[in-house]
Design a protein around this ligand. Structure first.
Ligand SMILES: [Zn+2]
Length: 487
């Protein structure tokens, strides 16, 4: 008998887009029976935390994996210095600016595996949806190996075909039902939904179980199915919660390997989400014009490009300037790409007098944030609200309906400190339950207000983690390290 204690490992399951509130409902309605047993019989609890602003995956996941999410202002943004749209997913360009990020940071998954994450953060990173573009010739094709192993495993293949067929049928009938009831569905996301449900989820699950059998010390595996379904059908659609059943069974399969893996490693499992979602109202409904079109009207001599949207150019003449607008759900960054560095309020006022006020006054816009001393300011149609601490009483009153005002103000000041944030940061209006969304989605996030700011961390009580004061996903990094390095 060996006198060596078995080595310990950590598995983190990233369940994209599920708020603490929706998790509670899913447990109540029986959509996550295995997670329920973890809570009832194994001493787990679903801790609420605040992900910070922007409530998007690149921001939260960078925080969780590296403990650092500075200069990640959105899901997609304009990098003035590189003259580049930074975007994740298929066609990812993050690798072109990646050398400016995470300097000197040790990823949570060092020496382990990061499966389907947005960032390379492990020794053996594996296939994932946003991963395709990141193969460089000097790196082994880890993704290819996972796909080959997956296709050569008859048991997995059987489950995939069986589940895939059902999932396709379910999503297609849900889509048709929504069509017939004239409910809004975001078509692009329905396709993404099918792809994620049928292909990616199964590959990720397969890679996760394989990594456990190989005994890798830390494994981070991301599941995006729920987020995609919620974008397509909305977080409050009962069918969206049903998707969680497959994730629940993935958690069950991984849990069965906590002790019973081939490598003999003793794993602990953490399940977490990165942000939530809220129901949306599209920005363009009122008069059919996008934010980019509105800004092009305010700046008729400028070329305006919307990222996920249209492009507008002045007739005949050479444009006087170039505006790049990036949308992430209910958040829009507006950049003057021909001006180096980020414009502050006074530079903005002298170059574009009254523009910020005009944008703040547009129907569907809730707030516009500008850079200024003492953390900057928010502008609405009712005036200007300084973000500086201590918080002015009118700012407290403005922020109250989104979240605890002091907390939110600090989160906004941080976003406003990023050089990569827009010269104008535009938040869609939020009425207490729905947010105005700049992208065509039924459920959205990226902005402030409601569930989108409130994800969860499912952890064992005995680890003593306290998330009550977590106001940025990057605070989870140290907590997960403490679980990883437990005795
Ligand atoms: Zn999303």
């Amino acid at each position: 008998m060996s006198d060596r204690a078995p080595s310990k490992g950590l598995v983190v399951i990233h369940l994209d887009g599920l708020s603490r509130g929706r998790l509670e409902l899913a447990l109540e309605r029986g959509h996550m029976p295995f997670v329920r047993t973890l809570i009832e019989n194994e001493g787990y609890e679903a801790l609420p935390y605040r992900c910070g602003v922007p409530s998007t995956t690149p921001f939260a996941q960078a925080g969780i994996l590296y403990g650092d999410n500075s200069e990640i202002p959105s899901y997609r943004w304009w990098d003035k210095e590189a003259g580049l749209l930074v975007v994740f997913g298929s066609g990812s360009t993050f690798n072109r600016v990646a050398d400016r990020y995470f300097a000197g940071r040790q990823p949570l998954t060092v020496g382990g595996a990061c499966i389907a994450a947005l960032y390379r953060a492990g020794a053996t990173d594996r296939f994932g949806p946003p991963y395709e573009e990141r193969h460089r010739p000097d790196q082994p094709d880890a993704g290819g190996r996972v796909i080959a192993a997956f296709l050569l495993n008859p048991v997995t293949l059987y489950f995939w075909i069986r589940h895939g067929g059902l999932a396709l049928f379910r999503i297609a009938s849900e889509f048709l039902r929504a069509r017939f009831s004239r409910r809004r569905t975001a078509d692009v996301f329905v396709i993404a939904d099918i792809y994620h449900e049928v292909v990616v989820h199964h590959l990720t699950r397969f890679a996760l179980l394989q990594a456990m059998d190989e005994g890798l010390p830390t494994i981070y595996a991301c599941f995006y199915t729920y987020d995609e379904a919620s974008h397509a059908f909305g977080p409050t659609d009962p069918n969206t919660l049903r998707v969680l059943r497959h994730i629940d069974s993935t958690i069950r399969l991984a849990s069965a390997k906590r002790r019973g893996n081939r490598a003999g490693v003793e794993y602990e499992i953490v399940v977490l989400s990165d942000h939530g979602q809220v129901e949306t109202i599209p920005f363009v409904t009122a008069d059919g014009e996008s934010l980019g079109r509105k800004i092009a009207r305010l700046l008729p001599d400028h070329a305006v490009t919307e990222h996920r949207g249209l492009a507008f150019a002045p007739d005949g003449a050479e444009p006087a300037g170039r505006v790049e607008i990036t949308y992430s759900g209910g958040l829009a960054h507006v950049y003057f790409a021909h001006v180096a560095g980020r414009l502050d309020a006074s530079a903005l006022q002298s170059r574009y007098p009254g523009l910020a006020e005009h944008v703040a006054d547009l129907a569907g816009v809730g707030m516009v944030m500008v850079k200024d001393r003492d953390g900057g300011a928010l502008m609405t149609r009712d005036g200007r609200f300084p973000l500086g601490s201590p918080l002015a009483s009118q700012t407290t009153a403005l922020l109250e309906r989104f979240d605890a005002p002091e907390v939110l103000a600090a989160q906004l000041r941080r976003l406003n400190s990023f050089e990569r944030s827009g010269d104008l940061v535009v938040f869609g209006a939020y009425d207490g339950s729905k947010q105005v969304n700049f992208e065509d989605q039924v459920g959205g996030h990226g902005s402030v207000g409601g569930d989108q700011l409130h994800p969860f961390l499912l952890a064992k009580k005995e680890w003593g983690l306290d998330t009550a004061h977590v106001t940025n996903a990057s605070d989870l990094y140290a907590m997960l390290i403490s679980v990883r390095d437990r005795e």
